[in-house]
Design a binder for this molecule. Sequence first.
Ligand code: C2E
Ligand code: CA
Ligand code: CA
Length: 781
Amino acid sequence: MRAGRHNMIANKLVAARSGDSWLLRRQLEEFASTVPGAAAGNLINGAITVVLMRDTVPWPLLGTLALGLCALVVWRFLIARQANRQFRNYVRLKGLSNQILANAIGFGGLWGCIVWAVMYWGTSVDSIFAGIVGAGMMSAGVISYRSIGKAASFYVLSWLPGAALALTSLSDDVAYACLGLLVCYVVVLGANINTTAERFITGCERERELKRSRDTIGLLLHQFTEQGADWLVEVDRRGRLLNPCTRLATATLLPQETLDGMAFHSLLNPDESAAELSEHFRAGRSFRNHIVSVFVGGEKRWWSLSAQPVKDGRVAYRGVVTDITAQREAEDRVTYLAHYDSLTDLPNRFHFNQQLYQALRTRKPMALMYIDLDNFKAVNDTLGHSEGDKLLKAAAERISSCLTRSDLLARLGGDEFAVILKGAEACKVDEVAARIVAEMGQTLPLGDHDVVVGTSIGIAFAPEHGDKADTLLRNADLALYAAKARGRNRAITFEPGMDQAAQDRRLLELDLRNALGKDEMRLHYQPLVSVADGSVTGHEALIRWVHPERGIVMPADFIPVAEETGLILQLGEWVLRQAIDDLAGWPEQMPVSINLSPVQMRSPTLISTMVNAIAANGVDPARICLEITETVLMQESEANVATLHRLRDLGVQIALDDFGTGYSSLNYLRSFPFSKIKIDRCFVAEIDSREDCRAIVRSVVSLAQSLGMTTCAEGIERQEQVDMLRAEGCGEVQGYLYSKAVPLEQLSDLRGPRASASVVLKDFDVPVAVGKAFANKSRVA
Ligand code: C2E
Ligand code: CA
Ligand code: CA
């Protein structure tokens, strides 16, 4: 029991010490603030009373009362001084409060005595004086003790004995009535004292809460301003900055003193967004994430502002500013990348399509150019991607130098570009295209190399060739395809027939996919003949597609499709097996030449197929000659040369085919130890009439000899050509003069070694296509 009670008291004390000392201190402070006024009132009224009553009230009594009053005033001052010292110790504060109670009782009692003395010794006029002074002092005292209700009550009650004694001593009805009124007066005052004291305490509590929350907010704001990425801004009613923080100063490069009182608006870019912000301020609206721009040190920055109106002293608006420049720049960059190509800075496919749709919607005539760089892939593969990128940039510049401002050039991806020409420009499209082809035909310096890329262009007009974007794009693409098919490096305008050609190609591709499965492929053989004695020195395997409806399809018509679709891998493998299989039945020493597509060079199964075919048939690998073209050396040259070495290590011969048709350079002869060089038909065709052709053949033959390689001239149709070649030292020839490529069963010479070439010159099963199938080979590169 005792322990419980003890605990309770202890708890109360802790609560009192920690909780109420602040309230008590506020009460004492309030009391102390009234002391000078209350002291003055007491002293003045006391002095007037002494002066007026000096002859009425006996001196000793008057003197004692006056001295008592002075002593109480001095005591009150001493209490006030102590109260102002801001004690935090509750016990000391409580002591002071008790002193105030005692002091209040002293004052109340003393004034009660003064009133009694005046009424007792004085006249009825003196009594009126005493009544008025007493009432005044009583209510003024209550006011001065307003913060400490108990003191006010004690003060009033202490009045009662003296006043009651004075009134009853008068023994008059009026005096009794006055006593009754006095009691009522005290009751009313008492009630008032309670409400006033309560109100004071509630006010103090509210003040304390406010202070606490202000402290917390202040703390948070401080942390926020000093540590966060954002900063706080306060402005007054007129939009002038108040208490600018260091962060704002850093962000604006202005000293805090300059910012203080500066119009917030003067910091902003005077644009629409800033005007909208003023409107928010004027209307007293709160707003969130309002974006404005500012110029800081000549650099544009973006701020996001959120603020709301407040009433806190001079602060009319308080808000947060976030610098979103980095975010904004990132967003701009993303938008840019969504519409532009980062390498060339040209609009990309997405942007181009948007522009095309818009241009078509106007229903005005326009032209569309599809541009493709002819040798981009070769350059990219040979010189590497960084040189390829440089080439694309240079190409973009060259193409745009041929255009006007109103034309839109875009990079659609890879080496594909496109141009929209609107209005009057569209009529000049042929001229513009020719300019681009000529410009791109010029050599272009790339690092240590000079390259010629060349372009093919497909043109389509709206609305003639289509008023929908898809149609127009497809038709320009078909025209581009035709430009490539017709030997590249040219511009071709769409013609309705091209659509048919594209469809035909698609059907051919479909048929080709099934051709091997349906056993429609055949190998024909064309003999190679020795210039010295006219004997057959070997046979080149040339593929034919025997289609049930198309008839015999020549390789020029389907090999490019097979290469594009990748079908060449299956096809090439079939050719290898079939040719080696056939070879096994031939007389010893009779070799076979097999064409290899550049695409096959990248096939991981090439070597194993070779090995298997050789092993399965038990043929001497030296009887196999693989013919490759210069493109193999241009594309991924390192990997391809490595593959060539591995093939050579198997014991297979390697010949360089079509020498002179590619981007010929005698340097290719040095890049790999070929067994044989096959000089292309284009040099041989006019060797008997053109000295330059003869000179080229001479230099190739002599270089080949010096490198230990043999030479073979292709496409021999006349005896004069053979005579010339013999004179130049060429070892082998191949051509219609001796035989076209024929099916194996028609090669009678293969029944015995070293048969005469003339034996095979009979039955041609091949439709005569001299010059037609190879029309595209007649160009000297
Ligand atoms: P190529 O390797 O240069 O083959 C020689 C081509 O010239 C053959 O055409 C041949 O029939 C033709 N030709 C031969 N002598 C003469 C002549 O005196 N005058 C004329 N005008 N032409 C002559 P073909 O058989 O149409 O082959 C064309 C090309 O197709 C070949 O050119 C070769 O690059 C490719 N090819 C043929 N068969 C295969 C194959 O099995 N695999 C691969 N990858 N390509 C092949
Ligand atoms: Ca060949
Ligand atoms: Ca050839």
